[in-house]
Design a protein around this ligand. Structure first.
Ligand SMILES: O=C(O)CCC(=O)C(=O)O
Length: 420
């Protein structure tokens, strides 16, 4: 049955058509044209609308008994966390050129290295974030992976659901992730870099059982895995380079941190942020800090990542730089450095016109790593240790629970291990 509905609060007309699945989903309506909608929070019924055919199949809306359409309330951020749509130009996070590391004979002059290390130290302390260019990752592999990601998210929903992530296996497709108990306006596909990988079976401290996990790949779309394999090798090389630069920037020997990554539990995520009709109400990813060691993010040219500036708490947009990577230090580096570097909050804005894609690598140590301030960094300038040791595998398992369901208490944070 076709129903044409004139949107009352705007000049937009959209056609709503009952979906084939009506019998299974009573009251469900399918929008057959791309629409912009006003958010009108009244007279809600339980109807859900999905946008088909554009690859944007997971946008969820509600329709009121009055025929008004709006985004589902689960996506709506509390007032104080809503993004500002109008912004002023400000100085962005530092841009660091890594070309000195790519000299063909792999020799770097001491001066050049010292300059680079000092830029990394400065950016990590001031912002917790920086961008790198001339990083050595082949742009051809990055582009292929972005293209494969685009094609994957454009698959019919039922294909994507065949590789759905769940509470047991956190690798695969997912479109209902919560950050700080509010639903993110996004869909993701998570890949373990080490495959198979081992993680604690539960977050309970006394449970010693391990679970072996493997990646899930779409059966009829081998291109995704092929593109991933080429990309993963390249991005991991960059991750180790950055780890060594971070070690040097903390005054440590270059390979001081490498041992923690022998059996690393790193993850690559494909993020897809569909256009959102009310970008002032929802976020692609709500504010959060990264729990791991380093994050190395490739973003497309749309933009949306915002970083909380340490000096005044303002949200600063990270303007896309072609072929750059955005790096941030995570909670583990904060603890290792005994707070010399801080893991900084960030979030993702969405927009009403363009979909956005990004690909972070979450570079994480082995699950059995005990994370605590490094003894070399406890000294007269930085006494005494500010954190108790915690187990990375258990920390991660505990954090993951809040991605799936609303929790009554705040999920685990490093400040829970702070020594007062
Ligand atoms: O898409 C982005 O720019 C950032 C993504 C992010 O913060 C995340 O996936 O945790």
């Amino acid at each position: 049955m076709d129903m044409s509905i004139l949107m009352q609060k705007s000049s937009i007309i959209c056609t709503l058509k009952r979906s084939d699945d009506d019998s299974k989903l009573p009251g469900s309506l399918m929008v057959t044209k791309s629409v912009q909608v006003q958010c009108i929070i009244n007279h809600w019924s339980q109807n859900t609308i999905e946008l088909p055919s554009t690859g944007i199949s997971h946008q969820f809306y509600q329709i009121s008994s009055m025929g008004e359409v709006a985004i589902h309330p689960v996506f709506i951020q509390d007032l104080e966390h809503r993004p500002k749509i109008i912004r002023t130009e400000v100085e962005g996070i530092p841009l660091i050129d890594l070309s000195v590391l790519n000299s063909p004979d792999s020799s770097v002059s001491d001066d050049n290295l010292a300059r680079l290390v000092s830029e990394i130290a400065d950016a990590s302390q001031k912002w917790g974030f920086f961008q790198v260019i001339n990083h050595g990752v082949q742009s051809e592999y990055r582009e292929k992976f972005f293209l494969a990601s685009r094609k994957f998210f454009a698959l019919p929903k039922e294909e994507k659901l065949k590789v759905k992530r769940d509470e047991v296996n956190p690798f695969g497709y997912y479109d209902t992730e919560l950050t700080k108990n509010v639903r993110d306006w996004k869909e993701v596909f998570d890949i373990s870099v080490d495959d198979p990988t081992f993680v604690p079976a539960s977050h309970q401290p006394d449970d010693k059982e391990l679970r072996q996990l493997t990646n899930q790949w779409p059966q009829y779309f081998p291109e995704l895995r092929e593109a991933y394999e080429l990309y993963a090798e390249e991005i991991l090389k960059l991750a180790f380079k950055l780890l060594e630069l971070i070690a040097l920037s903390l005054g440590l020997p270059k390979t001081r941190l490498n041992g923690f990554f022998k059996d690393h539990t790193s993850r690559i995520r494909l993020n897809h942020y569909p256009p959102c009709p009310t970008p002032d109400l929802a976020l692609g990813v709500g504010r959060h800090k990264d729990g791991g060691a380093l994050t190395i993010l490739a973003q497309d040219d749309v933009g949306g990542l915002e970083v909380r500036r340490k000096t005044d708490g303002e949200w600063i947009l990270v303007k896309p730089t072609p072929d750059a990577y955005i790096i941030n230090v995570g909670d583990i580096v904060q603890v290792w450095s005994n707070d010399k570097y801080e893991s900084v909050e960030h979030r993702v804005m969405v927009n009403s016109e363009k979909e956005r894609f990004s690909i972070p690598l979450f570079f994480n140590p082995a699950y059995y790593t005990w994370v605590e301030p490094l003894e070399e960094l406890i000294n007269e300038q930085n006494p005494p240790p500010k954190y108790k040791a915690y187990n990375w595998g258990k920390f991660f398992s505990s954090r993951r629970r809040s991605n799936f369901k609303k929790l009554e208490v705040e999920n685990l944070q490093i400040y829970h291990f702070r020594i007062n």
